[in-house]
Write a new protein. Structure first.
Length: 78
């Protein structure tokens, strides 16, 4: 699994640190810093990542073997 930034306590906790590092208001950090490289300007939700993991571990995911599954909201498409 190669997910983009996901709404987790770790990511939520980085907002204040990034605001200080970049001299921005916390409200601007998500879009201007964390999501800047992504085409789709939002965080993944944990349930979205879990759904793909569930698929991969289930019978329909049998064909996936050693291949990355990229969930980057367009980061690599830019």
């Amino acid at each position: 699994m190669c997910p983009a930034f996901t709404r987790t306590p770790l990511v939520e906790g980085q907002i204040a640190a990034q605001a200080e590092a970049h001299g921005l208001a916390e409200e601007r950090v998500l879009e201007d810093v964390i999501l800047a490289p992504q085409a789709v300007k939002r965080l993944l939700e944990p349930s979205e990542v879990a759904a793909v993991v569930s698929f991969l571990l289930g019978p329909d995911g049998r064909a996936f073997s050693g291949a990355p599954v990229v969930m980057d909201l367009g980061w690599t498409a830019r």
